[in-house]
Ligand binder design. Structure first.
Ligand code: ACM
Ligand code: ZN
Length: 549
């Protein structure tokens, strides 16, 4: 009997499929999983599959499983249950990484191993891409093929930070549209929405201490028409998010495993705030919410203590509202022209003993002082800061994370100086740029100057230029969707898709599994059908079809 047991164990061991090696079976999933191996002949039928989501599974993971089971039932026409027993089993494996999961598909059932809720969510996200696209919305398709091949998938992300920036400052997008962005982010296993909430052209977040920010500064008198800064439509434009709406978005994102990082851009990009609190500027105003695009010379005055009182009150409310470990404090494009002429700023520079050195002007060092004070304010609330790569100009305190946008050089410098960095160089990841080559610009809707075809997005390598030994400081990659020229939901989605799919492979997939031909082919034959089901507008320029916005 003992001998028989040992024999069974040995045979089971031989039959067990590990994901060692990477003879990757091609499954048609974006972002491509790290390892897929065949686990025998045959397939498993998902129609009528039942889910054993018993003890140890969190309510959030059960919600995700239940939603999947409901969609499946509606699509296959055969009920799928969620209970303590079933053909799809979930097993905790604490040796796996935080976001890792494995899916073992056998003829008789599926085993999903995971360490945290995120693993469950990503496993479901992978299964959904393996099934007929109707499953995304529970559309009936009983005659579709609901069989999954016998494979074992072992998967985990290359980077822990996989972000999308959404600029709701230049244009306001409804909470419904933001949820739609979150839905597609979850298809591609992104885990951070960087929400750009304040701008020269509008303040978009309720702050109880300063009601004028939303009553007045969320509105502008008109919007620039085209590229001509002197042309304006004269149509009042505005909108903002109440704290309740923001809480609702945070909860919605959390259910998809997505963290929301708010950005309060400072000390530049603050004209909307200055329009209602002019005493916080160097000249005292009057100021107006900007009706054109560009970089405003009017910024917060760090010579006045009232500015820091304002920032502390605003940031405290922001820190209390958002559970994220980070608050993004901007720091980009802050002209120093007003500070040079401002007696208060100059007095502050003298008091702090700031003098120009190593190409860093005294005024630039004054911005470092602002960054440092804001970092202290947020540290008291248990938050770390992220800032655009300008925050590297001068001394930067430990614990800050740098977002490299003016090329990769900011990320390289940050990594070399021991800071964590997120890569989003404009040349590769500014998806507000047109998605065609220059020769085809005329065929496309107006976009930010610059061309960023999907092939170029895909060609970015986040570690390029990072010295060996410091690559660990690159914590992730982000695609940035600025919205100067994007005023409608349809155009927002058009610019987002399908480039977000390509970006997700920079964020998730190991380099050895990247393959542009595979990605483009899967987008044309599969991802577009997902977008159709889910009701997204998207660009078909990779099929030679232009201007579909
Ligand atoms: C930026 O694009 N100004 C960060
Ligand atoms: Zn000043």
């Amino acid at each position: 009997m003992k001998l028989l047991n040992i024999k069974i164990i040995i045979i089971a061991g031989l039959l067990a499929v590990s994901c060692a090696g990477h003879d990757n079976v091609e499954l048609g999933i974006i972002p491509a999983p790290q390892n897929v191996v065949s686990s025998g002949n045959g397939s498993f039928n998902m129609a009528g599959a039942s889910f054993a989501a018993g003890e140890g599974i969190s309510p959030r993971a059960i919600d995700a499983i239940r939603t999947f089971a409901e969609d499946l039932s509606s699509s296959t026409g055969v009920p799928s249950s969620v209970g303590t027993k079933g053909s799809i089993r979930f097993k905790v494996d604490t040796t796996l990484g935080d976001e890792a999961y494995s899916i073992s598909i056998k003829r008789k059932g599926i085993t999903i191993e995971y360490a945290t809720d995120k693993g469950v969510m990503y496993a479901i996200s992978t299964l959904r891409q393996l099934l007929p696209v109707e499953n995304y919305v529970g559309k009936p398709a009983p005659d579709a093929k609901w069989e999954l091949p016998c494979v074992k998938i072992c998967d985990q992300p290359r980077f822990g930070y996989r972000g999308l920036l959404l600029d709701c400052g230049r244009h306001y997008f409804s909470t419904g549209e933001i949820k739609k962005c979150l839905d597609i982010m979850s298809v591609y296993k992104l885990n951070i929405l960087h929400w750009h909430l304040t701008e020269d052209q509008g303040w978009r977040i309720q702050i109880d201490t300063y009601p004028l920010l939303t009553e007045k500064a969320s509105w502008r008198k008109g919007t620039q028409v085209g590229r001509d800064k002197t042309k304006n439509d004269g149509v009042p434009y505005g909108g903002y998010y109440t704290k309740d709406e923001i809480r609702d978005i945070i909860a919605y994102a959390d259910n998809l495993g997505i963290e929301i990082i708010p950005e309060i851009d400072l000390p530049g990009h603050m004209l909307a705030a200055l329009s209602v609190y002019p005493e916080l500027g160097c000249t005292g105003g009057p100021y107006e919410v900007w009706t054109r695009w560009g970089v405003s010379p009017d910024v917060l005055c760090p010579g006045k203590e009232a500015t820091f009182e304002f920032l502390e009150n605003v940031l405290n409310e922001v820190a209390e509202l958002f559970p994220s470990r980070y608050v993004h404090i901007g720091g980009d494009e802050c002209p120093k022209i007003r500070w040079q002429d401002c007696p208060d700023c100059q007095a502050r520079i003298n008091e702090l003993g700031l003098v120009a050195k190593d190409d860093i002007s005294a005024e630039q060092q004054l911005q470092c002082y602002v960054t440092s004070r804001v970092q202290d304010i947020l540290a008291k609330k248990g938050k770390s800061i992220i800032g655009w790569d300008e925050i590297l100009e001068g001394d930067l305190k430990e614990g800050a994370t740098v977002m490299s946008w003016r090329g990769a050089k900011g990320g390289i410098e940050a990594a070399e100086r021991g800071f964590k960095a997120i890569m989003c160089p404009y040349q590769y990841l500014y998806i507000d740029y047109a998605q065609v080559e220059e020769k085809d610009l005329g065929k496309e809707p107006m976009a930010m100057a610059g061309c960023l075809p999907i092939e170029k997005v895909y060609s970015f390598e986040p570690y390029e230029g990072i010295p060996d030994g410091q690559t660990g400081n690159i914590i992730g990659v982000q695609a940035n969707l600025w919205t100067e020229y994007i005023g409608t939901d349809e155009y927002l989605e058009y610019m987002l898709l399908p480039r977000l799919a390509a970006a997700s492979e920079l964020q998730w997939t190991e380099v050895r599994n990247k393959n542009l031909d595979r990605v483009l082919n899967d987008i044309k034959t599969h991802q577009f059908r997902i977008y159709d089901q889910m009701g997204y507008n998207y660009s078909k320029v990779i099929m030679g079809i232009y201007g579909n916005k």
